[in-house]
Design a binder for this molecule. Sequence first.
Ligand code: JQB
Length: 242
Amino acid sequence: MRLDLISIFPEYFEALNLSLIGRAQQDGLLEIRRTNLRDYTHDRHRTVDSPPAGGGAGMVMKPEPWAQALESVLSDDGAAARPILVVPTPSGELFTQQRAAELAAAEHLVFAPGRFEGIDERLTDWAQEHFQVHRLSIGDYVLNGGEAAVIVMVEAITRLIPGVIGNAESLTEESHSADGLLEYPVYTKPAEWRGRRIPEVLLSGNHAKIEAWRREQSQQRTRRRRPDLWAKHVVARERAAE
Ligand code: JQB
């Protein structure tokens, strides 16, 4: 998979050279290219922003540097198909595990994280002629810009690429909890730590009992912590039983 990340803060993405994603790049599973948006400005001050039309607070990103940066990415994409352009925005559709899985199948993803009050709306409109545009939000809170959202999305997407996570079991285990329940609690040695014991069932060696206990824990947690997920899970379970 090829990833292009375009930003006025390309250094932000150095975190992606660490750990599993860093290894995936070394292994050739993933190619991440970073582009400094200011390289596509042509004035002395390398201007990327300008006051909002119609007035109001803050600044808005000008569309032309973005269009030129995106054209440069297109020009060295060998493939014929329209690549996917992800534009993080608090007013986008929600980025979910399902969306991550869909994007993990792509050959080429381009990310365009803005700053200030966002990017001139005409940019994404224009970009639809050249890309499959996805305006996505990672959640209902406001960030200062799209870079942190890109890191979140790249991590969720790339770990689904075969070979990026060494232990294939980790992914299968998770897909079990993709029945819409939260994960059960996990423990490690020692059996007693600071006066707290691991639940005895986990030391019993009885795998059927352990599995039943974990399922119960997942359900309890989901009911208490995420009533929204629990309601969906119950509906799905009733449908499956019919
Ligand atoms: C500028 C962003 C997010 C991109 C995601 C999420 O967009 C704004 N509007 C008003 C004030 C400030 C901003 C800041 N901003 C570009 C940009 C925020 C993404 C963002 C996001 N994805 N929250 N915020 N879930």
